[in-house]
Design a protein around this ligand. Structure first.
Ligand code: F6R
Length: 610
């Protein structure tokens, strides 16, 4: 939700900020803006729409030579997308400029205080109050002290970068609840909401923690807490490469990320899946191994696609590891009264590691004394740092807003967790070995499905005019029905419902007619016959069907209008295969409709607000 970037160094700031904004654009693309210190003044430019609009505006104006600046790409919360509501915001004097990612909860109260003190507001945003608050305190305190004082008054979350015309060789940044990284280069610093905007400049980063404020000058930085006490920070090395953050010849990040899945699954299991022993080794959980042995329950908390991977994990863990599992929407968990104790593990699954609801759920679990675990892709993210132990996906940056490779990587790690916990309990060596050896084959099997992209595009063309779809699956493939429906909703704006196929006759079948096609995930598994009955019921009512079926299943053609075959594997592993054609189907429908696949409307990649 919103991306912020700042640069201080010897190079022209504008190209660096624009490049960075493009990398951060997946976080929000309602509007964008920059403020650059140019000699004795600050130049501020904003534009509604994507970063390209701002870039056009900048190329039409006089070249800006300044080497210090801040920029923002917005996902609107308070106030519609407009030039006025775009960041950077400035104070009444126009001297202090600020970009903000987060939400200020007490902004109305603060605004009325500032209005009484004569401040004039230009936007409807909560963010603008911060810059006026700094201006107010700056009347008596110096710039840095004024920032600290303002932060003490704010309730909510923020990632902030602030510049001041009167102290032109400085950027002040602060973080509470919204991610912020400081890239440390050779006599230059880049601050950004995430690593994708930093990696082209440096792989040396400092992860700012909540409550920390950093003051950056051309050749120095200092990190303090909100009470202005100095904090010594460790510089870490980023594990993302520049190449990973590029499209590498693919038309869209989403397609690149779908095609990367054989590799990202391989990375997730490499060195962790021990086929010979039918086991998994998870270094990140070593310190909590004893606690895992005595767990009574696992509660998985996550959102969206990560929630659906959790549902697959529930099937894995209960059936093969013999441990009770609950999967909760993180946004619900935090408002319930969850029954947790020290023998419960609360496992957060999150690609970004910054999802506000998931983070809040983990904090709640910690308060209640539960063991907190994470499956997180973004190294150094807040959830990764706040959980007691965890496993990284190492899937590389996922830039397409619709999650694809993170999902299959999460499911793969849940499978490893199942082996680990299962083998501690009553999973036999023979069973462990069988699962592990089939899991090791999954990357190669996905390669085969990806090769069907052209065939799937041909099927997508046939179905492009339909406005509604029913996605159905049972047992391990029920969560995949949900995930398939989510993909087509979010990137192709097609209404779709995911259902357990057994539930169809309890309601959704009423929707079926010739204009309401169904997608049935129907591999040759323990519920195959039951799925076939469901398909027949749909056919009898004139509904069209696309089936995702196991290679060699000739029977299926009698019941479906179109079939996409996936290779044979163990029943429990079919979700890793069946989801791929559904990702590709949604992708092709969206591309055929000429939609912006990587940046679907109204969405942001990382939901850092509640
Ligand atoms: C869907 C999608 C979202 C995310 C959800 C959780 O394609 O991307 O539903 O899965 O916002 O995000 P993370 O995994 O970053 O916590």
């Amino acid at each position: 939700m919103c991306g912020i970037i700042g640069y201080i160094g010897k190079q022209k700031a504008v190209p660096i900020l624009i490049e960075g904004l493009k990398r951060l654009e997946y976080r929000g693309y309602d509007s964008a803006g920059v403020s650059i210190i140019d000699g004795k003044k600050i130049i501020n430019l904003k534009s509604v729409g994507k970063v390209a609009e701002l870039e056009n505006k900048l190329s039409d104006s006089k070249e800006i030579l300044g080497t210090i600046g801040i920029a923002h790409t917005r996902w609107a919360t308070h106030g519609k997308p407009s030039d006025q509501n775009s960041h950077p915001h400035c104070d009444c004097s126009g001297k202090i400029h600020l970009v903000h990612n987060g939400i200020i909860e007490n902004y109305l109260e603060l605004k009325s205080y500032l209005l009484k003190n004569g401040h004039k507001f230009k936007s409807e945003t909560d963010s603008e109050i911060i810059v006026h608050l700094i201006e107010e305190f700056n009347k008596k305190l110096d710039f840095k002290e004024a920032v600290l004082e303002a932060l003490k008054k704010i309730r909510g979350t923020y990632g902030l970068a602030i510049i001041n015309q009167d102290e032109p060789e400085k950027i002040i940044v602060a973080r509470l609840g919204s991610p912020l990284l400081l890239g440390v280069g050779e006599k230059e610093f880049v601050i950004a909401s995430d690593a994708s905007a930093i990696i082209r400049h440096t792989d040396q980063v400092i992860y700012l923690e909540d409550g920390e404020v950093a003051e950056l000058s051309l050749d120095n930085y200092e990190v303090n807490n909100i009470k202005n006490k100095k904090i010594s920070k460790k510089i870490s090395k980023l594990d993302w490469s520049m190449e990973q953050a590029r499209k590498s010849g693919f038309p869209h990040f989403m397609m690149k990320e779908i095609f990367e899945q054989p590799e990202t699954i391989q990375i997730a299991i490499s060195g962790r899946l021990v086929v010979a022993d039918g086991m998994a080794k998870l270094g990140g959980l070593r310190d909590v191994a004893e606690k895992l042995r005595h767990l009574e329950k696992i509660v998985i908390v996550s959102c969206g696609t990560s929630y659906y991977s959790g549902l697959v994990g529930e099937y894995f863990l209960e059936e093969y590891a013999g441990i009770p599992v609950e999967v909760e929407y993180a946004s619900e968990f935090r408002y319930r009264k969850p029954l947790l104790n020290e023998r419960t593990a609360v496992l957060a699954i999150s690609q970004s590691g910054e999802t506000a609801d998931t983070l809040a759920a983990i904090r709640e679990a910690k308060n209640k004394g539960a063991l907190t675990l994470g499956i997180v892709n973004t190294v150094g993210s807040t959830i990764a740092r706040e959980t007691d132990a965890g496993i990284y996906n190492h899937a590389g940056p996922e830039i397409g807003v619709a999650s694809t490779k993170a999902f299959t990587s999460q499911v793969s790690i849940l499978l490893l967790l199942t082996l680990l916990v299962g083998r501690q309990r009553d999973m036999t060596f023979v069973m462990g070995k069988r699962i592990a050896s089939e899991m090791a084959k999954i990357p190669k099997l996905i390669e085969k499905i990806i090769k069907k992209s052209v065939e799937i595009k041909r099927i997508a063309k046939k179905y492009i005019q339909y406005k509604d779809f029913l996605y159905m699956g049972r047992k391990y493939n029920f969560p995949i029905a949900l995930e398939g429906a989510l993909k087509i909703k979010e990137i192709a704006y097609v209404h779709a419902e995911g259902y357990p196929s057994g539930e169809m006759k309890h309601g959704p079948i009423a929707l079926i007619d010739k204009d309401f096609p169904s997608i049935f995930i129907v591999p040759k598994d323990s519920v195959y016959e039951k799925n076939i009955s469901g398909m027949q019921e749909i056919k009898a009512r004139g509904g069209k069907i696309i089936a995702i079926a196991t290679v060699g299943d000739k029977e299926i053609k009698k019941h479906a209008d179109d079939v996409i075959y996936i290779p044979k594997t163990l029943e429990m592993l079919t979700p890793l295969l069946s989801v791929i054609p559904l990702q590709l189907f949604a992708y092709h429908i969206a591309v055929l409709k000429k939609l912006d696949v990587d940046k679907p409307r109204n969405l942001a990649k990382s939901v850092t607000v509640e």
